[in-house]
Write a protein that binds this ligand. Structure first.
Ligand SMILES: Nc1ncnc2c1ncn2[C@@H]1O[C@H](COP(=O)(O)OP(=O)(O)O)[C@@H](O)[C@H]1O
Ligand SMILES: [Mg+2]
Length: 351
């Protein structure tokens, strides 16, 4: 690896293992995060996201592996000595202190001068769009505002890596959308290095430079949101991310057959396979004109705003297609159609 690449790695997790007495936890987890990068740990509840994050922050001691920040192992450091700051799901503000005191606390510990503390607090409140709220108490703020203060407090510590564990999951949907866009703006403008945890795939897809999809204590795929969406490495990722049809097929030699349709068997699979197709990659061809494809019968047409979701019964399974609303006008339950696929990926069926 050339020096310049090695230098840009801000956080390095290698072979991290932390197994609880229950046998659950995280096994052999590795991840490298570049300076200024926002990486999201995404996966269902219990897959080990918080375990990884708390190990980076120093709240948990790993059984094996290393955590390095700017090349130096931080394992021997307690949380408050690590160059990290953490934002939790619950805001963790001190209720008896006003916003200024909540924010100034860390700076006072670090012996900043009064005037500088004032300026820094004001700057941080500006960043999170709460200018002038120094004198307010947490109870006078909404959930979203309290979480903004929590983010400001973490930013004031000027961490080399900012850790956020489902920070917005207690907020309602609309606010969550707003605040995550703001966070992404702040992160990008200040080139912050962030590890963000969520179980919400839409949140992960929308804000991340890269996503780690986790399952049962290990990572299934680490890639950009686009790659995760377009090329899921495993059946788990294909099932977890976005809408997907799964159709039954058989692999033998060079081909995978799905009833009347054949695909190239790129992965050298054999026997029964699942063929994954996104609804936007399904084409409905008028019955007469179609030369090849999968024959089917329309079961249902649901108009959802600017597009319609069409369910089609086929011998390989029910297939959903997204079609423009205009096109859906001519589609009716009971009509026969032929289905074409612009993209499909086959996966071995777990035995
Ligand atoms: N302190 C603990 N003691 C025993 N088991 C734990 C503890 N913390 C977490 N676990 C288990 O380890 C697994 C991973 O937990 P966690 O990292 O919190 O997952 P996530 O944040 O993805 O929901 C879960 O099955 C959880 O029940
Ligand atoms: Mg968690």
């Amino acid at each position: 690896m050339p020096m310049s690449d090695a230098k840009s790695i801000q956080l390095s997790i290698t072979g991290l293992t932390k197994v609880y007495r229950s046998g659950e936890g995280v096994r052999d987890f590795s991840l490298h995060v570049n300076k200024g990068e926002l990486v999201t740990l995404l996966g269902p509840s219990g897959c080990g996201k918080t375990t990884v994050l708390r190990t980076i922050g120093g709240f948990l001691e790993p059984d094996a592996g290393d955590v390095r920040i700017e090349g130096e192992s931080v394992l021997h450091l307690p949380p408050e000595k690590r160059p990290t700051a953490m934002v939790f799901q619950s805001y963790n503000l001190w209720p008896h202190m006003n916003v200024f005191d909540n924010l100034a606390f860390g700076l006072k510990l670090r012996k900043f001068k009064k005037q500088e503390i004032k300026e820094r607090v004001a700057y941080a409140l500006d960043l999170v769009r709460l200018p002038g709220s120094e004198k307010k108490y947490p109870s006078q703020l909404s959930g979203g505002q309290q979480q903004r203060v929590a983010v400001a407090r973490a930013l004031l510590l000027e961490p080399k890596v900012l850790l956020l564990d489902e920070p917005f999951s207690a907020l309602d949907a609309k606010l969550r959308l707003e605040i995550r866009e703001e966070l992404r703006d702040i992160q990008a403008a200040n080139k912050l290095t962030m590890v963000f945890v969520t179980h919400d795939q839409e949140e992960a897809l929308s804000i991340s430079d890269r996503i780690v999809v986790m399952n049962g204590g290990s990572s299934e795929q680490i890639a950009t949101p686009q790659d995760i969406y377009d090329h899921p490495d495993t059946l788990f990722v294909a099932e977890f991310i976005g809408r997907m049809n799964f159709l039954a097929g058989q692999a033998a030699g060079e081909h995978i057959r799905m009833q009347t349709v054949a695909f190239r068997n790129d992965k050298g699979l054999s026997g029964n396979v699942k063929i994954a197709v996104r609804p936007e990659d399904v084409q409905l061809l008028p019955d007469e004109s179609a030369q090849e494809g999968l024959p089917g019968t329309i079961r249902q047409v649901m108009v959802l705003g600017h597009y319609a979701e069409v369910s089609v019964d086929t011998a390989a399974g029910v297939t959903k297609a997204f079609v423009p609303r205009e096109e859906a006008r001519s589609l009716h339950p009971g009509s026969t159609v032929t289905i074409g696929f612009t993209r499909a990926t086959a996966y071995a069926v777990p035995s």
